[in-house]
Write a protein that binds this ligand. Structure first.
Ligand SMILES: O=C(O)CCC(=O)C(=O)O
Length: 261
């Protein structure tokens, strides 16, 4: 057991629901610092991509498969994330990618119902994968927090197709699932984290509020999960160096000095 170990009850809850929300996981001041860095970070903006939702609204994200020196990579290496992730996946994990979701006031678009493994399937043989969403800003129903269908990870992989610029789940099947399963709005204060299974159905509404909703999502696979090298410019096993809170703090300060100092 490590100091970041989840309890047996938390692991059981994740296995039952397909997700686990842990409030106040990181200090608010650390999230304020990450937000200040991200807002000033031209490289993050330059790397950002727009995906149109089905109504033509823009959903922005800045995604990386590598782990360059940055506060975002430091969190992807953070023992506080990686060790619980290994407990939930039940294996050593490797970093697949991490992404800052940049949901801007009034313009930030929706994300359609999907499972991450709906499209990660192209690169990975098994769904032994999961993500950790870190609320950098406050996420509420008003600014388009993540919504999940509780227990939907047990449905197996659902067919996915194009929906706007996004890859969405077969809506007929989603409608059946919605009649059976509870929809949970994951409202999160800065510093709250959400672990979720790669087969969990999730979506979010557009941001109709005056407040941004930025969140960092770190995605991992079981080390033993076979990957298809042809598709995998990323997405193959590499031992992940893990950092303690002090090392993450140093990386955050260095990044702050570089872009805000
Ligand atoms: O940030 C969001 O609202 C949705 C994110 C998402 O669905 C994803 O990264 O798979």
């Amino acid at each position: 057991m490590t100091d970041y170990a989840l309890s047996a009850a938390q692991v059981a809850q994740y296995e039952e629901d397909g997700f686990l929300i842990l409030p106040d996981f990181f200090p608010r001041r650390d999230m304020d610092q990450m937000l200040a860095i991200a807002r000033a970070d031209q490289a993050l903006q330059d790397n950002a991509n727009d995906r149109l939702d089905s109504t033509g609204k823009v959903s922005r994200l800045s995604l990386r498969h590598d782990l360059p020196a940055s506060v975002y990579s430091a969190y992807a290496r953070h023992r506080a994330i990686v060790e619980p992730m290994e407990q939930l996946i039940g294996d050593e994990v490797f970093h697949y990618h991490h992404k800052m979701m940049l949901k801007e006031p009034r313009v930030g678009g929706a994300w359609e119902w999907h499972q991450d493994y709906g499209y990660w399937y192209a690169n990975f043989l098994r769904a032994d994968m999961a993500s950790c969403m870190i609320a950098v800003d406050r996420a509420s129903r008003e600014n388009g927090c993540l919504q999940v269908l509780k227990g939907s990870h047990k449905l197996g992989r659902i067919e996915h197709g194009k929906s706007g610029d996004q890859t969405g789940a077969d809506m007929e099947r989603v409608r059946h699932a919605e009649r059976q399963l509870e929809r949970v709005y994951c409202e999160m204060e800065p510093g709250t984290v959400l672990f979720f299974h790669s087969n969990l159905l999730h979506r979010s509404d557009p941001n109709e509020s005056d407040y941004s909703r930025w969140a960092l999502i770190c995605c991992y696979s079981a080390a033993s999960n076979p990957t298809f090298q042809a598709a995998a410019k990323s997405g193959h096993y590499e031992a992940l160096e893990r950092w303690n809170a002090e090392q993450v703090g140093v990386a955050a300060r260095e990044h702050w000095n570089e872009v805000c100092g």
